[in-house]
Design a protein around this ligand. Structure first.
Ligand SMILES: CC(C)(COP(=O)(O)OP(=O)(O)OC[C@H]1O[C@@H](n2cnc3c(N)ncnc32)[C@H](O)[C@@H]1OP(=O)(O)O)[C@@H](O)C(=O)NCCC(=O)NCCS
Length: 362
């Protein structure tokens, strides 16, 4: 079956139409946060001050956005581009938008395309590889199991992956590591009424900490505020902490309730006005907290501060009544992070793949 020619620069309704076609009958589906996608499609995303993007769609059947970000190319030292927001109803339709996205990337000098990768890991990354019948974990992808083989047919192969680890707060294994600060280090909780400044500090630390981690690249304060601004009410302040030394923040940890547990039956987007309200109102029913980021200024790594931050996050999560912490989206090659979660008895509970295709000139 021929898939037709993709339309260029589709509108948000075209994305919605494909979501309906793919997930209309999927009870585990949670509407993804489309705030960033909408800003990209309208040309208003802070991302576009740094990178370029172009969307493609086959009406009702497939959708994809191609991204070129010099910051990712700088970090990897290679002409890499990415393809994100990929959704399709069939193998042909997936191939149609992937080919169009690859052609566009080629025309921008890209020699290797990564997918699924929504421009930056913060906007979403990875292809779901297990637990297909469950709602996606907060911040993580949800796709049908068929997408993996459709990517392979389109010439992509798995080159990297991410892992989630479960820390069981109902047992005792997580209590081993100490949350006591090493000498000269103190901790403070983020202040909700100064949320914008706290997000800026978080982002600066993230950019410094993640320099050597696969797939990561610089993320601006403006992009962070666009992304996290509306999550202010959904993040209990005690789950957002900083380590302080020499009078400045040197490390951070950020957790968020897995609001998808309560949003799945609602079929509302996480950051729609009603989604934000429901998220805040029903947060207390959620069993799991996602540890979405922990990072140290490189000069302060390897001194036990990361372990202390994770221990403090787990203590706070347990105090708030959560039964488990999911330590999310650890790059497969990130040994320091895998060692850190192992100290808490973390068990592998979800994996996500990232696929790549070499783009030879046509
Ligand atoms: C991962 C991170 C938060 C750990 O914090 P830390 O304070 O550096 O680590 P700790 O001193 O508490 O040690 C925890 C474990 O990490 C290991 N570790 C620390 N730095 C390491 C490194 N550079 N390479 C390999 N292992 C390392 C320690 O040896 C220890 O493991 P062990 O129990 O097997 O001895 C920190 O290294 C970091 O910010 N890394 C970059 C950002 C990142 O990867 N964050 C996690 C994202 S999922």
């Amino acid at each position: 079956m021929a898939a037709g020619t993709p339309i260029v620069d589709p509108r948000p309704v075209d994305h919605e139409a494909v979501l309906r076609a793919v997930y209309g009958a999927d009870p585990a589906f949670v509407h993804p946060d489309v705030g960033f996608l909408r800003r990209v499609l309208s040309g208003r995303a802070a991302y576009l001050r740094h990178g370029t993007a172009r969307a493609f769609a086959l009406r009702g059947d497939a959708f994809a956005v191609a991204f070129v970000d010099p910051r990712l190319q700088h970090r990897t030292g290679r002409p890499i581009g990415s393809i994100g927001f990929l959704e399709a109803t069939s193998q042909d339709a997936a191939g149609g938008v992937l080919d169009a996205a690859c052609d566009w990337l080629r025309s921008h000098g890209v020699q290797e395309a990564w997918t699924p990768f929504n421009g930056n890991t913060f906007f979403g990354v990875g292809l779901r590889e297990d637990r297909f019948g469950e709602p996606p974990f907060v911040g993580c992808a949800h796709q049908p199991s068929s997408l993996c083989s459709w990517l392979e047919v389109a010439g992509f192969r798995r080159v990297a992956g991410y892992r989630n680890y479960e820390i069981d707060l109902t047992g005792n294994a997580w209590r081993g590591p100490s949350s006591r600060p090493p000498a000269g280090v103190s901790f403070r909780t983020a202040v909700r009424r100064r949320f914008r400044e706290e997000v800026a500090t978080f982002m600066d630390l993230h950019n410094a900490a993640f320099q050597e981690v696969w797939g990561e690249s610089e993320f601006s304060r403006e992009e962070a505020l666009e992304l996290m601004g509306r999550a202010r009410l959904a993040i209990p302040p005690s789950l957002f902490q900083f380590a302080v030394a020499d009078g400045r923040e040197v490390g951070m940890v950020l957790c968020m309730p897995d609001v998808n547990e309560v949003l799945a039956p609602q079929r509302r987007t996480l950051t729609s006005p009603s989604g934000v309200w429901k998220m805040a109102a029903r947060r207390r029913k959620v069993r799991s907290a996602g540890l979405l980021a922990v990072g140290l200024d490189p000069a302060w790594q390897g001194r036990g501060i990361g372990t202390a931050l994770v221990a403090r996050a787990c203590e706070e999560a347990a105090r708030l009544g959560f039964e488990r912490v999911e330590y999310a989206l650890v790059a497969e090659s990130n040994d320091a992070s895998k060692s850190t979660v192992a100290r808490f008895g973390g068990k592998l509970c979800r994996t996500f793949g990232v696929y790549a295709k070499q783009l030879t000139a046509r």
